[in-house]
Design a protein around this ligand. Structure first.
Ligand SMILES: Nc1ncnc2c1ncn2[C@@H]1O[C@H](COP(=O)(O)OP(=O)(O)OP(=O)(O)O)[C@@H](O)[C@H]1O
Ligand SMILES: [Mg+2]
Length: 346
């Protein structure tokens, strides 16, 4: 059941309009002559599912055996061909999660400033604050006491996703805010079926409305982070340039592997970004070298330096590009945004 749901969701999210499967014919409930999304339920194995969700256009053949479940049983096919066309009106929403269970490493700062940079590149962006501290919400100048609907209502399904979205006063930059109520969500959802899919279910309803959805996570690997990871395409991990920076990374990678294996096979780590880099200290350089040695392909070439301006900006409810547009920190976040966009294309 879960695979079928995932497939339908993916169809809409990547804007796929036409799917034709030849050599499956009636066995999966739709024929080569019918060029539409099959109305009858089909369940596809992860291999097929990944091909459909990763590529947008063209004809894809899977010559190796692929399994499909047609409601009566699992059938193996040797020859499976999909003709996939993108709906020209639909756009692909990319969901990027900024996470690290370590506290104070620069998750929120990275999430809000990356969101701002994507907006500056003309994108329509939704930032989701998924931390009961509500730091992303306040960083954008939104007063938490003024909130009537937050991500908590979304997860509890007492509000619809559209009513939870608010503007930030910036063009093309929307927010789903959070406040301390969110701390109760994990307890309230305990024991409820599909509790880790609540955010993804909600985002499905606004599938093609945004270019990017960015989710700021709390400093834990609990249910809130799990909901974010189930909804995500990619994960960005901020690491603070200090002693013990790498500690906990193995645990985080283990969690990401488990989510990928069991829940969200298309999840990938897009990069590790070093934050609060202080060029004057030997320790910062050593930490960067350490991470380069351990994760040569993951470490972003953009380093975010330690800067008083970055820490001041949220107290004015401003992004660094608004607070100090010509400063080095704003340039660093601009460079990081370019790098993340490039990495997403790989
Ligand atoms: N590059 C930087 N230079 C100086 N200060 C920074 C920098 N990045 C973040 N900070 C400051 O460090 C503190 C922690 O940053 P931030 O809130 O982004 O971390 P976090 O990982 O989201 O924290 P938490 O785990 O509590 O959610 C904040 O006060 C922030 O302003
Ligand atoms: Mg934070």
């Amino acid at each position: 059941m879960r695979l079928r749901w995932r497939l339908c969701w993916r169809y809409r999210r990547v804007g796929i309009r036409h799917v034709q499967a030849s050599s499956l014919s009636e066995r999966v409930g739709f024929t080569a002559s019918q060029r539409h999304i099959p109305k009858k339920p089909i369940w596809l194995c992860d291999a097929v599912f990944r091909v459909l969700s990763d590529r947008l256009l063209g004809v894809y053949s899977l010559s190796s055996s692929a399994s499909c479940y047609n409601g009566a049983g699992v059938t193996l096919f040797d020859d499976l061909v999909f003709h996939v066309k993108q709906d020209s009106h639909a756009r692909r929403t990319r969901v990027l999660v900024v996470t690290n269970q370590k506290g104070g490493v620069g998750k929120t700062t990275t999430a809000v400033n990356l969101a701002g940079e994507f907006v500056r590149r003309g994108q329509h962006v939704l930032l989701i604050d998924s931390d009961p501290q509500g730091n992303a919400t306040t960083s954008l100048g939104v007063a938490k006491r003024s909130l009537s609907i937050t991500i908590y209502d979304l997860l509890m399904q007492t509000a619809d996703v559209r009513s939870a979205i608010m503007t930030t006063g910036r063009e093309r930059f929307d927010l789903i805010p959070a406040d301390e109520d969110l701390a109760g969500a994990a307890i309230a959802l305990a024991g409820i079926d599909r509790r880790e899919w609540r955010l993804r279910d909600a985002l499905d309803q606004i599938a093609t409305g945004y270019d990017h959805v960015i989710i700021d996570c709390p400093p834990s690997l609990g249910l809130l982070t799990l909901n974010a990871l189930c909804a995500a395409d990619s994960v960005l991990i901020p690491l603070q340039c200090e002693y013990l920076a790498l500690e906990g990374l193995a645990q985080l990678k283990g969690t990401l592997d488990r989510v990928r294996d069991g829940l969200n096979p298309s999840l990938r780590i897009i990069g590790v970004v070093m934050t609060m880099y202080d060029v004057r200290t030997k320790l910062a350089q050593q930490v960067v070298e350490d991470v380069q040695r351990h994760f040569p392909h993951l470490i972003c070439r953009t380093l975010i330096s330690r800067s008083v301006r970055i820490s001041e900006a949220p107290s004015y409810g401003k992004l660094i590009a608004e607070y100090d547009p010509l400063g080095r920190s704003a340039q660093s976040y601009a460079a990081l945004a370019d790098e993340v966009l490039q990495r997403e294309e790989l």
